[in-house]
Design a binder for this molecule. Sequence first.
Ligand SMILES: [Zn+2]
Ligand SMILES: [Zn+2]
Length: 407
Amino acid sequence: MNYADIHMHTSLSDGALTPSETIAMLSILRRGYIAPPFDKFFGDVKYPVSIDSFLERARSISIVGFVDHNTLLSIEPVVRASKDIIGAPKAVVGFEATTRINLPIRGVYSCHVLVYLLPRYGIFPADLNDNNFRNFFQECVDLYGPITRELNEFSNSRFLELGDHVDRVLFSGRGVVTGDKIKEIARRRCESMNIEVSPCICNFSNHDVQIGTIDIGEIIISEGLAQNGGEVRSKYLGRSGVAYLKISEEQGFPLLEDFLSKISLLNGKYVRHVVGIAHPVTLVREEFLASVKNGSSYFDARISSFQCVEKKIREVSELIDFIETRYPYYHHFVLPQHCEESLDLLNIKERLYNKLINAKFSDLAKILGLHESGGSDAHFMATTPLPGIGWGDIDISEIDALDLLKT
Ligand SMILES: [Zn+2]
Ligand SMILES: [Zn+2]
Protein backbone atom coordinates (compact mmCIF):
# COMPACT_ATOMS: atom_id res chain seq x y z
CA MET A 1 0.00 0.00 0.00
CA ASN A 2 1.27 3.45 -0.87
CA TYR A 3 0.59 6.21 1.54
CA ALA A 4 1.10 9.92 1.14
CA ASP A 5 1.44 12.49 3.87
CA ILE A 6 1.68 15.81 2.16
CA HIS A 7 1.46 18.21 5.07
CA MET A 8 4.63 18.50 7.15
CA HIS A 9 6.78 21.34 8.47
CA THR A 10 10.51 21.87 8.94
CA SER A 11 12.60 24.27 10.99
CA LEU A 12 12.46 26.71 8.09
CA SER A 13 9.13 27.69 9.59
CA ASP A 14 7.96 26.29 12.91
CA GLY A 15 8.99 22.64 12.67
CA ALA A 16 11.60 21.18 15.00
CA LEU A 17 13.89 19.44 12.50
CA THR A 18 15.75 20.76 9.47
CA PRO A 19 14.64 19.47 6.04
CA SER A 20 17.49 16.96 5.87
CA GLU A 21 16.93 15.78 9.44
CA THR A 22 13.24 15.31 8.74
CA ILE A 23 13.83 13.35 5.56
CA ALA A 24 16.60 11.26 7.14
CA MET A 25 14.19 10.42 9.95
CA LEU A 26 11.48 9.45 7.47
CA SER A 27 13.84 7.23 5.53
CA ILE A 28 14.88 5.43 8.75
CA LEU A 29 11.21 4.80 9.54
CA ARG A 30 10.63 3.57 6.00
CA ARG A 31 13.27 0.94 6.58
CA GLY A 32 11.34 -0.32 9.57
CA TYR A 33 13.42 1.20 12.35
CA ILE A 34 12.05 3.53 14.93
CA ALA A 35 13.65 6.98 14.91
CA PRO A 36 13.58 9.98 17.23
CA PRO A 37 11.45 11.87 18.12
CA PHE A 38 8.96 9.00 17.96
CA ASP A 39 10.95 6.58 20.10
CA LYS A 40 9.86 8.25 23.30
CA PHE A 41 6.13 8.35 22.62
CA PHE A 42 5.25 4.67 22.69
CA GLY A 43 3.95 3.55 26.02
CA ASP A 44 2.55 7.03 26.66
CA VAL A 45 -1.20 6.69 27.07
CA LYS A 46 -1.70 9.93 25.18
CA TYR A 47 -0.14 8.42 22.07
CA PRO A 48 -2.85 6.08 20.97
CA VAL A 49 -0.99 3.98 18.46
CA SER A 50 1.22 0.93 18.87
CA ILE A 51 4.81 0.87 17.72
CA ASP A 52 4.01 -1.90 15.22
CA SER A 53 1.10 -0.15 13.56
CA PHE A 54 3.06 3.08 13.50
CA LEU A 55 6.00 1.44 11.75
CA GLU A 56 3.74 -0.41 9.37
CA ARG A 57 2.16 2.86 8.29
CA ALA A 58 5.48 4.72 8.19
CA ARG A 59 7.02 2.04 5.97
CA SER A 60 4.40 2.55 3.31
CA ILE A 61 4.75 6.29 3.00
CA SER A 62 6.11 6.96 -0.43
CA ILE A 63 5.19 10.61 -0.90
CA VAL A 64 5.68 13.38 1.62
CA GLY A 65 4.86 17.05 1.25
CA PHE A 66 6.50 20.03 2.92
CA VAL A 67 4.58 23.25 3.22
CA ASP A 68 6.40 25.62 5.54
CA HIS A 69 4.45 28.67 6.62
CA ASN A 70 4.65 31.71 4.34
CA THR A 71 8.04 30.87 2.86
CA LEU A 72 9.67 29.15 -0.08
CA LEU A 73 12.87 28.51 1.87
CA SER A 74 12.35 24.79 2.33
CA ILE A 75 11.89 23.97 -1.36
CA GLU A 76 15.49 23.54 -2.31
CA PRO A 77 16.79 21.75 0.81
CA VAL A 78 13.82 19.39 0.72
CA VAL A 79 14.36 18.45 -2.91
CA ARG A 80 18.07 18.03 -2.28
CA ALA A 81 17.55 15.81 0.78
CA SER A 82 14.96 13.65 -0.91
CA LYS A 83 17.48 13.03 -3.68
CA ASP A 84 20.56 12.62 -1.51
CA ILE A 85 19.24 10.45 1.29
CA ILE A 86 19.01 6.78 0.48
CA GLY A 87 15.52 5.40 0.87
CA ALA A 88 13.95 8.84 1.16
CA PRO A 89 10.35 9.21 0.08
CA LYS A 90 9.53 11.33 -2.95
CA ALA A 91 8.89 14.87 -1.79
CA VAL A 92 6.51 17.54 -2.99
CA VAL A 93 6.99 21.13 -1.97
CA GLY A 94 5.03 24.30 -1.55
CA PHE A 95 3.97 26.61 1.22
CA GLU A 96 1.16 27.15 3.68
CA ALA A 97 -0.20 30.68 3.43
CA THR A 98 -1.89 32.53 6.27
CA THR A 99 -5.04 34.31 5.15
CA ARG A 100 -7.91 35.79 7.08
CA ILE A 101 -11.62 35.04 7.15
CA ASN A 102 -14.52 36.32 9.17
CA LEU A 103 -16.61 33.72 10.96
CA PRO A 104 -20.05 34.81 12.23
CA ILE A 105 -19.35 34.19 15.93
CA ARG A 106 -15.59 33.65 16.25
CA GLY A 107 -14.94 36.83 14.28
CA VAL A 108 -11.72 37.40 12.37
CA TYR A 109 -9.65 34.26 12.23
CA SER A 110 -6.76 32.89 10.23
CA CYS A 111 -7.49 30.45 7.44
CA HIS A 112 -4.52 28.48 6.16
CA VAL A 113 -4.21 27.79 2.45
CA LEU A 114 -1.99 25.06 1.05
CA VAL A 115 -0.16 25.84 -2.17
CA TYR A 116 1.76 22.96 -3.76
CA LEU A 117 4.30 23.93 -6.40
CA LEU A 118 4.74 21.18 -8.93
CA PRO A 119 7.29 21.06 -11.72
CA ARG A 120 5.61 20.78 -15.09
CA TYR A 121 8.34 18.48 -16.34
CA GLY A 122 7.43 15.77 -13.87
CA ILE A 123 9.60 14.38 -11.13
CA PHE A 124 12.52 16.24 -9.63
CA PRO A 125 15.92 15.55 -11.19
CA ALA A 126 18.81 13.99 -9.31
CA ASP A 127 21.03 16.97 -9.93
CA LEU A 128 19.86 20.30 -8.60
CA ASN A 129 22.02 22.04 -11.16
CA ASP A 130 19.87 20.45 -13.80
CA ASN A 131 18.34 23.18 -15.98
CA ASN A 132 14.84 21.87 -15.44
CA PHE A 133 15.13 22.25 -11.70
CA ARG A 134 16.83 25.63 -11.86
CA ASN A 135 14.12 26.99 -14.15
CA PHE A 136 11.44 25.54 -11.91
CA PHE A 137 13.01 26.94 -8.76
CA GLN A 138 13.73 30.37 -10.25
CA GLU A 139 10.15 30.62 -11.45
CA CYS A 140 8.86 29.64 -7.99
CA VAL A 141 10.90 32.51 -6.55
CA ASP A 142 9.81 34.99 -9.22
CA LEU A 143 6.11 34.12 -9.20
CA TYR A 144 5.41 33.21 -5.59
CA GLY A 145 8.29 34.94 -3.76
CA PRO A 146 6.60 38.37 -3.58
CA ILE A 147 3.50 36.78 -2.07
CA THR A 148 5.28 34.69 0.57
CA ARG A 149 7.58 37.61 1.42
CA GLU A 150 4.63 39.86 2.12
CA LEU A 151 2.91 37.20 4.24
CA ASN A 152 6.14 36.55 6.10
CA GLU A 153 6.46 40.23 7.00
CA PHE A 154 2.99 40.17 8.55
CA SER A 155 3.88 37.01 10.41
CA ASN A 156 7.20 38.42 11.64
CA SER A 157 5.51 41.55 12.94
CA ARG A 158 3.13 39.36 14.96
CA PHE A 159 6.06 37.53 16.53
CA LEU A 160 7.81 40.81 17.33
CA GLU A 161 4.61 41.84 19.07
CA LEU A 162 4.72 38.55 20.99
CA GLY A 163 8.36 39.29 21.91
CA ASP A 164 7.35 42.68 23.40
CA HIS A 165 4.60 40.99 25.33
CA VAL A 166 6.95 38.28 26.65
CA ASP A 167 9.41 40.96 27.74
CA ARG A 168 6.69 42.76 29.68
CA VAL A 169 5.25 39.64 31.29
CA LEU A 170 8.42 37.70 32.12
CA PHE A 171 11.07 40.39 32.44
CA SER A 172 9.08 43.46 33.58
CA GLY A 173 9.94 45.24 30.35
CA ARG A 174 13.68 45.24 31.07
CA GLY A 175 14.49 44.83 27.39
CA VAL A 176 15.64 41.23 27.76
CA VAL A 177 13.55 40.22 24.75
CA THR A 178 14.05 42.87 22.08
CA GLY A 179 13.07 42.89 18.43
CA ASP A 180 16.72 43.15 17.35
CA LYS A 181 17.73 40.19 19.48
CA ILE A 182 14.89 38.05 18.13
CA LYS A 183 15.78 38.97 14.54
CA GLU A 184 19.43 38.18 15.13
CA ILE A 185 18.65 34.72 16.54
CA ALA A 186 16.28 34.01 13.65
CA ARG A 187 18.89 35.15 11.15
CA ARG A 188 21.54 32.88 12.68
CA ARG A 189 19.11 29.97 12.66
CA CYS A 190 18.28 30.52 8.99
CA GLU A 191 21.93 30.98 8.07
CA SER A 192 22.92 27.77 9.78
CA MET A 193 20.24 26.07 7.70
CA ASN A 194 21.43 27.60 4.46
CA ILE A 195 24.62 25.56 4.70
CA GLU A 196 22.70 22.81 3.00
CA VAL A 197 21.24 24.90 0.19
CA SER A 198 22.78 25.92 -3.09
CA PRO A 199 23.68 29.48 -4.08
CA CYS A 200 20.40 30.21 -5.78
CA ILE A 201 18.69 30.44 -2.41
CA CYS A 202 21.00 33.31 -1.49
CA ASN A 203 18.97 35.51 -3.81
CA PHE A 204 16.40 35.66 -1.08
CA SER A 205 16.31 38.86 0.88
CA ASN A 206 16.43 39.11 4.64
CA HIS A 207 12.66 39.32 4.66
CA ASP A 208 12.60 35.59 4.24
CA VAL A 209 14.08 35.13 7.66
CA GLN A 210 11.26 33.71 9.68
CA ILE A 211 10.79 34.75 13.23
CA GLY A 212 9.00 32.23 15.38
CA THR A 213 8.33 31.20 18.95
CA ILE A 214 11.48 29.10 18.56
CA ASP A 215 13.59 32.31 18.58
CA ILE A 216 11.79 33.91 21.50
CA GLY A 217 12.12 30.55 23.26
CA GLU A 218 15.89 30.65 22.85
CA ILE A 219 16.03 33.87 24.86
CA ILE A 220 13.78 32.40 27.55
CA ILE A 221 16.08 29.36 27.76
CA SER A 222 19.24 31.48 27.83
CA GLU A 223 17.77 33.42 30.76
CA GLY A 224 17.47 30.13 32.64
CA LEU A 225 13.68 30.09 32.78
CA ALA A 226 13.33 26.83 30.84
CA GLN A 227 15.44 23.84 29.88
CA ASN A 228 14.12 23.26 26.40
CA GLY A 229 11.52 24.20 23.81
CA GLY A 230 8.90 21.92 25.32
CA GLU A 231 9.14 23.68 28.63
CA VAL A 232 9.02 27.07 26.90
CA ARG A 233 5.76 26.04 25.33
CA SER A 234 4.14 24.41 28.34
CA LYS A 235 5.21 27.01 30.93
CA TYR A 236 5.29 30.25 28.97
CA LEU A 237 4.12 30.49 25.39
CA GLY A 238 1.59 27.68 24.98
CA ARG A 239 -2.13 28.12 25.43
CA SER A 240 -1.96 27.68 29.19
CA GLY A 241 1.43 29.37 29.63
CA VAL A 242 1.85 32.58 31.62
CA ALA A 243 2.99 34.59 28.61
CA TYR A 244 0.45 33.24 26.12
CA LEU A 245 -0.75 35.97 23.82
CA LYS A 246 -3.96 35.43 21.95
CA ILE A 247 -3.89 37.35 18.72
CA SER A 248 -7.51 37.76 17.81
CA GLU A 249 -7.44 40.09 14.86
CA GLU A 250 -5.59 38.72 11.89
CA GLN A 251 -4.68 42.17 10.69
CA GLY A 252 -2.41 42.40 7.75
CA PHE A 253 -2.97 38.97 6.32
CA PRO A 254 -5.02 39.07 3.10
CA LEU A 255 -8.64 38.01 2.98
CA LEU A 256 -9.00 34.40 1.85
CA GLU A 257 -10.82 35.32 -1.37
CA ASP A 258 -8.31 38.07 -2.24
CA PHE A 259 -5.39 35.73 -1.73
CA LEU A 260 -7.01 33.03 -3.88
CA SER A 261 -7.87 35.48 -6.67
CA LYS A 262 -4.32 36.79 -6.69
CA ILE A 263 -2.77 33.35 -6.84
CA SER A 264 -5.19 32.13 -9.51
CA LEU A 265 -3.65 34.66 -11.92
CA LEU A 266 -0.19 33.16 -11.62
CA ASN A 267 0.66 30.88 -14.44
CA GLY A 268 4.12 29.47 -14.83
CA LYS A 269 5.99 27.97 -17.73
CA TYR A 270 7.92 25.54 -15.52
CA VAL A 271 5.77 25.43 -12.41
CA ARG A 272 2.10 24.81 -11.84
CA HIS A 273 0.37 25.23 -8.53
CA VAL A 274 -2.38 23.30 -6.84
CA VAL A 275 -4.22 25.19 -4.14
CA GLY A 276 -6.62 24.20 -1.39
CA ILE A 277 -8.08 24.97 2.02
CA ALA A 278 -5.96 23.54 4.85
CA HIS A 279 -7.62 21.71 7.75
CA PRO A 280 -11.10 23.30 7.58
CA VAL A 281 -11.93 21.12 10.60
CA THR A 282 -9.96 23.57 12.76
CA LEU A 283 -12.07 26.49 11.50
CA VAL A 284 -15.19 24.61 12.53
CA ARG A 285 -13.67 24.00 15.93
CA GLU A 286 -12.88 27.67 16.51
CA GLU A 287 -16.39 28.71 15.55
CA PHE A 288 -17.80 25.88 17.67
CA LEU A 289 -15.86 26.94 20.77
CA ALA A 290 -17.15 30.49 20.32
CA SER A 291 -20.74 29.19 19.96
CA VAL A 292 -20.54 26.99 23.05
CA LYS A 293 -19.32 29.99 25.02
CA ASN A 294 -22.46 31.77 23.84
CA GLY A 295 -24.59 28.96 25.28
CA SER A 296 -25.40 26.78 22.23
CA SER A 297 -25.67 23.04 22.73
CA TYR A 298 -22.65 20.91 21.90
CA PHE A 299 -24.03 19.14 18.84
CA ASP A 300 -26.01 22.07 17.39
CA ALA A 301 -23.01 24.34 17.73
CA ARG A 302 -20.84 21.86 15.87
CA ILE A 303 -23.24 21.53 12.97
CA SER A 304 -23.95 25.25 12.64
CA SER A 305 -20.21 25.91 12.76
CA PHE A 306 -19.69 23.39 9.97
CA GLN A 307 -22.37 25.12 7.91
CA CYS A 308 -20.75 28.52 8.11
CA VAL A 309 -17.34 27.15 7.04
CA GLU A 310 -19.06 25.15 4.29
CA LYS A 311 -20.62 28.40 3.02
CA LYS A 312 -17.16 30.06 2.85
CA ILE A 313 -15.74 27.13 0.91
CA ARG A 314 -18.65 27.15 -1.53
CA GLU A 315 -18.02 30.85 -2.13
CA VAL A 316 -14.40 30.23 -3.15
CA SER A 317 -14.81 26.81 -4.71
CA GLU A 318 -14.06 28.10 -8.22
CA LEU A 319 -10.67 29.28 -7.00
CA ILE A 320 -9.46 26.10 -5.30
CA ASP A 321 -8.45 22.61 -6.37
CA PHE A 322 -8.85 20.68 -3.14
CA ILE A 323 -9.98 20.58 0.44
CA GLU A 324 -7.81 19.01 3.13
CA THR A 325 -10.39 16.53 4.32
CA ARG A 326 -8.01 14.06 5.97
CA TYR A 327 -6.65 15.82 8.97
CA PRO A 328 -5.94 14.07 12.26
CA TYR A 329 -7.24 15.64 15.36
CA TYR A 330 -4.73 15.68 18.12
CA HIS A 331 -4.86 18.92 20.03
CA HIS A 332 -6.12 18.33 23.50
CA PHE A 333 -9.46 19.80 24.03
CA VAL A 334 -9.71 23.05 25.95
CA LEU A 335 -12.49 22.66 28.48
CA PRO A 336 -15.35 25.13 28.22
CA GLN A 337 -15.74 26.81 31.62
CA HIS A 338 -19.02 25.23 32.67
CA CYS A 339 -18.14 21.75 31.48
CA GLU A 340 -17.90 19.05 34.10
CA GLU A 341 -17.02 16.09 31.94
CA SER A 342 -13.63 14.49 32.22
CA LEU A 343 -10.93 15.51 29.81
CA ASP A 344 -10.58 11.96 28.54
CA LEU A 345 -14.23 11.74 27.66
CA LEU A 346 -14.05 15.09 25.89
CA ASN A 347 -11.06 13.96 23.91
CA ILE A 348 -12.98 10.92 22.73
CA LYS A 349 -15.90 13.13 21.81
CA GLU A 350 -13.60 15.52 19.99
CA ARG A 351 -12.17 12.71 17.92
CA LEU A 352 -15.66 11.51 17.01
CA TYR A 353 -16.90 14.97 16.11
CA ASN A 354 -13.86 15.76 14.08
CA LYS A 355 -14.13 12.50 12.22
CA LEU A 356 -17.71 13.45 11.44
CA ILE A 357 -16.74 16.96 10.33
CA ASN A 358 -13.90 15.66 8.15
CA ALA A 359 -16.39 13.24 6.55
CA LYS A 360 -18.79 16.10 5.88
CA PHE A 361 -16.01 18.07 4.15
CA SER A 362 -15.26 14.98 2.14
CA ASP A 363 -18.91 14.91 0.97
CA LEU A 364 -18.66 18.61 0.16
CA ALA A 365 -15.53 18.03 -1.95
CA LYS A 366 -17.41 15.40 -3.97
CA ILE A 367 -20.39 17.70 -4.48
CA LEU A 368 -18.17 20.58 -5.61
CA GLY A 369 -15.96 18.36 -7.78
CA LEU A 370 -12.85 19.15 -5.76
CA HIS A 371 -9.90 16.92 -4.92
CA GLU A 372 -9.24 15.79 -1.38
CA SER A 373 -5.96 16.02 0.37
CA GLY A 374 -4.51 15.17 3.75
CA GLY A 375 -1.56 15.01 5.99
CA SER A 376 -0.41 14.90 9.55
CA ASP A 377 0.69 18.55 9.82
CA ALA A 378 3.64 17.08 11.70
CA HIS A 379 6.10 19.53 13.24
CA PHE A 380 8.18 16.76 14.84
CA MET A 381 8.52 18.36 18.22
CA ALA A 382 10.51 16.06 20.48
CA THR A 383 8.82 17.02 23.69
CA THR A 384 5.11 16.69 23.08
CA PRO A 385 3.40 13.64 21.63
CA LEU A 386 2.18 15.40 18.55
CA PRO A 387 1.04 12.89 16.03
CA GLY A 388 3.56 12.79 13.31
CA ILE A 389 2.83 10.38 10.59
CA GLY A 390 0.65 7.41 11.18
CA TRP A 391 -1.43 8.84 13.95
CA GLY A 392 -5.03 8.18 14.76
CA ASP A 393 -7.89 8.70 12.39
CA ILE A 394 -6.04 9.64 9.28
CA ASP A 395 -6.27 7.13 6.49
CA ILE A 396 -4.15 8.68 3.87
CA SER A 397 -4.66 5.84 1.44
CA GLU A 398 -8.12 7.21 0.78
CA ILE A 399 -6.98 10.59 -0.40
CA ASP A 400 -6.33 11.37 -3.99
CA ALA A 401 -3.10 13.21 -3.23
CA LEU A 402 -1.45 10.98 -5.78
CA ASP A 403 -3.84 12.28 -8.35
CA LEU A 404 -2.88 15.84 -7.46
CA LEU A 405 0.68 15.04 -8.27
CA LYS A 406 0.13 13.92 -11.82
CA THR A 407 1.57 16.62 -14.00
ZN1 LIG B 1 -2.13 25.12 9.19
ZN1 LIG C 1 0.64 23.09 8.68
